[in-house]
Design a protein around this ligand. Structure first.
Ligand code: CA
Length: 359
């Protein structure tokens, strides 16, 4: 009897809860409609597709009650206008990479790519579980933005050159397309870092406006045909060892969402974050093979001495940045402290395993 009472009550309770949940913005209400602007050309492989994927998941998980229209660079706002558009609430959401906003918040660069910094695994670990996200939120809050990890390229390639890089001196006077902190490191080596939008890299290299360029990795580099305008393909991508892509959401828009829709959005972005890295990792080797075997690209590793010196310069760049900007100092401290912890663990975990991985 008591048991039956309990089941009856529980049943009534569940029905009541169901009715309450159904009453949120569902059924009769109009769907929530958002816009997402991105720094990528429309539906750009992996990157733009990742933004599309977030919208698709949100729509599916919400049963069509929460829809996001995705816009490529230039469709609604230019690539470099994404931050302002989301910050000002012109649109609710954006997708890009945090180093594009270094002029607004230098410390944001720690959440995109640090030369000789974290790989994707350590970056995900620092941001989600090592205090990084709280700092990133602190940087973006004055702009009314909420940041998310929104994908990762994995270790990029070092770039395309038409001359061999045998010593650091070979970088002197070199005009290279290389973004962010990596560009500052190149400048310390005597090179000229030049900003070139994705769509202009090929022609700039072809016409000699730049002598060298980096872009992403085999999959994307093959897509834009960089092997047709450069001979040597260098690795590793010391300047972008695990470039983090980001999703950003206008805080006011986020606060208006129901708890269910917040959870749906958070979950969709997290899923896209891991999917994009998986896609890069799955595709790159086939495309590298194609570049080398079919297109006869000369694959080269930067000499150890070059990498060592670039690392010295990279540390100088980070120290100088921390000395100039208090927020960068705060983030750099967290970054360094997590780095010593994760590297210590890696000595016991990843490294001994790496040594035997290829046997
Ligand atoms: Ca790059």
């Amino acid at each position: 009897m008591k048991r039956r009472d309990f089941i009856k009550k529980a049943g009534v309770g569940a029905l009541a809860a169901g009715a309450a949940m159904g009453a949120v913005p569902a059924m009769a209400d109009k769907p929530v409609m958002w816009k997402m602007v991105t720094t990528w050309p429309p539906h750009f492989p992996i990157l733009g597709e990742g933004a599309d994927y977030i919208a698709k998941l949100v729509e599916e998980m919400s049963g069509g009650k929460f829809k996001i229209s995705v816009y490529g660079a230039g469709e609604l706002v230019p690539a470099m206008g994404v931050f302002d558009a989301v910050s000002q609430g012109t649109v609710e959401m954006g997708h890009g990479a945090a180093y594009y906003w270094s002029g607004k918040a230098p410390a944001a660069q720690f959440f995109a790519a640090v030369p000789f910094g974290f790989n994707a695994q350590s970056q995900n670990s620092w941001v989600t579980s090592g205090g990084g996200l709280e700092l990133w939120e602190e940087i973006y809050k004055p702009f009314n933005l909420k940041p998310y990890l929104g994908g990762n390229t994995g270790v990029q390639m070092g770039g395309w050159f038409n001359k061999e890089i045998k010593s650091v001196d070979d970088l002197k006077g070199l005009k290279m397309r290389i973004p962010g902190l990596g560009g500052q490191v190149l400048a310390k080596a005597g090179g000229n870092a030049i900003l070139v939008a994705a769509g202009e890299i090929y022609t700039n290299l072809e016409r000699g406006v730049i002598d060298a360029t980096e872009w992403v990795g085999p999959f994307h580099d093959l897509t834009i045909g960089l092997h047709k305008v450069a001979k040597f393909y260098y690795y590793p991508g010391w300047h972008e060892p695990g470039t983090t892509l980001e999703a950003m959401v206008n805080i006011n828009a986020y606060e208006k969402l129901s708890p269910e829709f917040k959870a749906i959005l958070d979950t969709a972005i997290a899923r896209a974050n891991s999917l994009m890295l998986a896609q890069f990792e799955a595709r790159n080797n086939d495309d590298l093979n194609e570049l080398v075997t079919k297109h006869k690209v000369q694959l080269k590793k930067f000499p150890d001495d070059v990498l060592k010196q670039l690392k010295v310069y990279a540390n100088e760049v980070l120290e100088e940045m921390a000395a100039k900007d208090p927020m960068s100092k705060k983030v750099y401290e967290s970054f360094k402290s997590f780095r010593s912890k994760i590297y210590e663990w890696n000595k016991t975990s990843e490294e001994p395993y790496q040594q035997f991985k290829y046997i």
